[in-house]
Design a protein around this ligand. Structure first.
Ligand SMILES: [Zn+2]
Length: 397
């Protein structure tokens, strides 16, 4: 995979001369590129020579026995420091390395390293598998794996993510009153005698959408639309499994307008401290229409969080200020379009609202179903491979 992309990148650099002939006229580098390109198009042995010049990647496995201390073992392993750091950070999610690793315990790190054609390492090797075998507990291992949702990271062999979530929930105690997805607008109920159900919206039709006919149970949100999913985390957060529109909302108010709830509502008494979900920069802290007192924080990369209905802002929280994960930013209130004290919390991924409850940055992820099956197979293959390699090493073949 990595090798293919490197080769592609390398080959692409040679095609510059044909795409930009003006560049080819300038400088020895471009001439060299053209010569290389001609070689590539030439005879088979020249093609082979071209591939000899390619950067390559290799997986390297290293086993060390702790004979005096963990530091000694790390030094003897020969694993580059930055790579070893990734391995130890992942393992330390469940192993207290300083306390639990004893003499006689074993550490195994397998990593993928890119090299130049001459064999010089390029960049930091990626940990594929890290394992510490403790006399007290047996092996504890993490393996790199990519889920069908394209979440690539290190996972413990029981399927739990070794990467702690980068975000935290904005309140210490979490009680969700309204989940992410379509819901009946509490401000938008039809008056008791309004037979048509054409209600007069308070606060504007900003997000109110009539229920499309034949809406499938489960919603139409881009995120699968399943509010209050029956996940273990959802259950632990007190979320009831989502029942669909056939049951709750339409019965209570047959033609109530539904709207997309782009965040979650966390119930808490007025004045409850609200904390930044992650490190970032405050880009907005002001009264903002239906959000009431509102804060928006950008977290670098593509993530942002939004906090609504605050009673007050914490001192110093204003646009341009940097905040750290867990820093006090304000207090729960009921300002704006709100029926009671609660925090409206949104997570935006590339500007698009996503369900905070399911977001990998907020959740200790656990592999399930098909992902777990594939992961188990990958781990089994890795173990077989290592056994084969150690046999080859033992017989000196
Ligand atoms: Zn809300």
């Amino acid at each position: 995979m990595k090798k293919a992309s490197l080769v592609a990148a390398f080959a692409a650099s040679f095609s510059i001369s044909s795409v930009f002939p003006c560049l080819a006229a300038e400088g020895a580098l471009a001439d060299e590129a053209r010569t290389a390109e001609e070689r590539l198009l030439g005879a088979a042995d020249e093609e082979a020579r071209f591939f000899d010049l390619q950067p390559f990647t290799r997986e390297i496995g290293s086993t060390v026995v702790v004979s005096t201390s963990l530091d000694q073992a790390l030094a003897e392993s020969g694993v580059p420091a930055a790579t070893m750091l990734e391995a130890l950070r992942a393992l330390s999610a469940t192993v207290n390395l300083a306390r639990d690793v004893k003499r006689g315990d074993r550490l195994y790190v397998r990593y993928e390293q890119a090299f130049t054609a001459e064999g010089a390492p390029i960049g930091v090797g990626r940990v594929m598998w890290a394992e510490v075998t403790l006399a007290s507990r047996g092996p504890v291992a993490v393996h790199r794996f990519r889920t069908r949702d394209k979440v690539e990271r290190l996972w413990f062999t029981n399927g739990l993510s070794a990467t702690p979530p980068s975000m935290r929930m904005p309140l210490d105690a979490i009680s969700v009153s309204s989940g992410f997805g379509l819901r009946a607008d509490p401000f938008d109920q039809p008056p008791p005698l309004a037979a048509t159900g054409k209600s007069a919206p308070m606060g504007g039709p900003l997000r109110s959408k009539p229920l499309p006919p034949g809406l499938p149970t489960g919603g139409i949100s881009g995120n699968g639309g399943t509010t209050n999913m029956a996940t273990p985390l959802g259950a632990s957060l007190g979320l009831a499994p989502y029942g669909g529109f056939g049951s709750a909302a339409p019965k209570a108010a047959p033609r109530a307008a539904l709207f997309m709830h782009e965040g979650i509502d966390l119930v808490a008494p007025s004045g409850t401290p609200v904390y930044a979900a992650a490190d970032g920069v405050v880009v907005g802290a002001a009264p903002n229409g239906r959000y009431g007192n509102w804060i928006r924080i950008e977290h670098g990369g593509k993530l942002a969080t939004v906090y609504g209905h605050l009673m007050a802002f914490a001192p110093g929280i204003e646009p341009g200020e940097a905040v750290v994960r867990g820093e006090l930013i304000g207090f729960v209130g009921s300002t704006g379009r709100s029926t009671g004290a609660h925090l409206h919390f949104e997570v935006l991924d590339n500007g698009k609202p996503v369900n905070p409850i399911n977001h990998p940055e907020l959740k200790a992820m656990q592999l399930r179903g098909l992902d777990m099956d594939r992961f188990k197979k990958q781990v089994a293959r890795a173990l077989e491979e290592r056994t084969r390699e150690s046999k080859v090493a033992a017989t000196g073949l």
